[in-house]
Design a binder for this molecule. Structure first.
Ligand SMILES: Cc1cc2nc3c(=O)[nH]c(=O)nc-3n(C[C@H](O)[C@H](O)[C@H](O)COP(=O)(O)OP(=O)(O)OC[C@H]3O[C@@H](n4cnc5c(N)ncnc54)[C@H](O)[C@@H]3O)c2cc1C
Length: 378
């Protein structure tokens, strides 16, 4: 049976970033990518300040030349019906990007391979026997392709990195507790227009009574619409039914207007996906670390998910390498650093929610404001 220095479960940006850093440091790394490599992936806004992280990974030039769409900023209807523009032009780092996420994630995995990591596509990692001070983890790698009836391969790993996204399935198996902040879900759909006159690369955001919407123009020239609400507050069947999400966009008049002006109509089935905020009570333990959404998943309102995934991937790799050199505080230091990031992020999110007071009785907002009033009276 093969023994690896590090097995990374999950081929999103967090797993790929950790793989790049560890492979460059000479570790024997296997990156196992999960199921959905080629599927459309939501989560496309890369803010300008993410450039320094891409530079650290050695992929900035490649990303800028890879056909993603430049994004000049955001246009938000939040707190009142007036447009609030945030123009990236006036910031230090230049424009942001609307990514083709499938291509971006594949490019990061390719960079990991070039750095020396092995990639196993289309398989899931399961823990057969957790490692301890003396033994590595015993893992099973099971192909997920329905056509494949192959047996799971067994493998030993000195280190396991959980980059499985919001499920954090491996860290939880190893004893970490997932703390959910909300029950948010995202419904999204791509639109297409026969005309070719929509050039608005900004991220449009609009708060509504039961949540909020955003819309972006993708590199494919399709326009994405996304509705975020709490899973218990919406009629899933209605929103996932063909034109249901598209029809519901009428509740967001500022986004609806440009979509109809440009003659858009639905071009894909609407999909629902977990968009909850959550974090692990500890992001590292005996022979394991969690990175990206698995460790700390933000509300998409923050546009920080990809940056956080890359940042934590790099920091986790650094912590692992320092631990291996005898730094006994490296893993705890990583875990407590993530809790600090979590605290700052929650403050920022509260400030955003505090700005929207138009629907005090609506449950989506009253839930978010309840946390605020506890703090304000404390
Ligand atoms: C609606 C929405 C909009 C968003 N918008 C933005 C945005 O504009 N900007 C931004 O920065 N972020 C955004 N995000 C967040 C961003 O997409 C995530 O933060 C980012 O993808 C996290 O990367 P990750 O590598 O941690 O996890 P993921 O990208 O989720 O990758 C995890 C991978 O692990 C695989 N996997 C799962 N279990 C296993 C297993 N057992 N073995 C092997 N593989 C496994 C999965 O198949 C998946 O491919 C958005 C998210 C949502 C839901």
């Amino acid at each position: 049976m093969r023994r690896r220095d590090v097995v990374i479960a999950g081929g999103g940006p967090a797993g790929a970033a950790a793989a790049i850093a560890l492979a460059r440091a000479g570790r024997d790394v296997l990156l196992v990518t999960g199921v959905d490599d080629a599927a459309f992936k939501v989560g496309e806004g890369l803010p300008p300040n993410a450039r320094s992280l891409l530079r650290d990974l050695g992929v900035l030039e490649r990303t800028l030349a890879d056909g993603h769409r430049a994004s000049p900023g955001t246009n938000a209807f939040w707190g009142n019906a007036t447009a609030h523009a945030n123009d990236f032009l006036f910031q230090l780092h230049g424009h942001g990007l609307q990514l083709d996420r499938t291509r971006f994630d594949a490019m990061l995995r390719d960079a990991a391979m070039q750095a020396g990591a092995d990639i196993l596509q289309g398989a899931r990692v399961r823990i057969v026997a957790p490692g301890d001070a003396t033994r590595p983890h015993r893992l099973a790698l099971r192909p997920v392709d329905a056509q494949t009836h192959a047996e799971a391969e067994s493998i030993d790993a000195d280190w396991l990195i959980d980059a499985t996204g919001r499920s954090a399935s491996l860290a939880r198996t190893l004893g970490a507790r997932k703390v959910a902040h909300d029950g948010q879900i995202a419904f999204h759909q791509r639109l297409r227009s026969a005309g070719d006159d929509d050039r608005d690369g900004r991220t449009w955001v609009e708060a509504v009574e039961n949540g909020w919407w955003y819309s972006v123009l993708l590199p494919s020239r399709e326009r994405l619409i996304t509705f975020l609400t709490d899973a218990d507050l919406c009629d899933h069947r209605r929103l996932l039914d063909g034109d249901g999400l598209w029809r519901a966009l009428a509740d967001a008049p500022h986004l609806h207007a440009p979509c109809t002006t440009h003659g858009y109509s639905p071009a894909s089935q609407p999909r629902g996906t977990d968009a909850s905020g959550c974090h692990l009570d500890r992001a590292a333990g005996e022979r394991w670390l969690a990175v990206g959404d698995a460790a700390l998943a933000f509300d998409p309102l923050s546009s920080k998910g990809i940056s956080n995934a890359i940042y934590t991937g790099l920091r986790a790799a650094d912590a692992l390498l320092r631990h291996a050199r005898g730094d006994a505080a490296a893993l705890d230091g990583y875990a407590s650093h993530l809790l600090d990031i979590h605290r700052v992020y929650r403050e920022q999110l509260r400030a955003f929610h505090a700005m929207e007071r138009r629907w005090p009785r609506a449950r989506y907002w009253s839930r978010r404001h309840a946390a605020l009033s506890v703090r304000e009276t404390a």
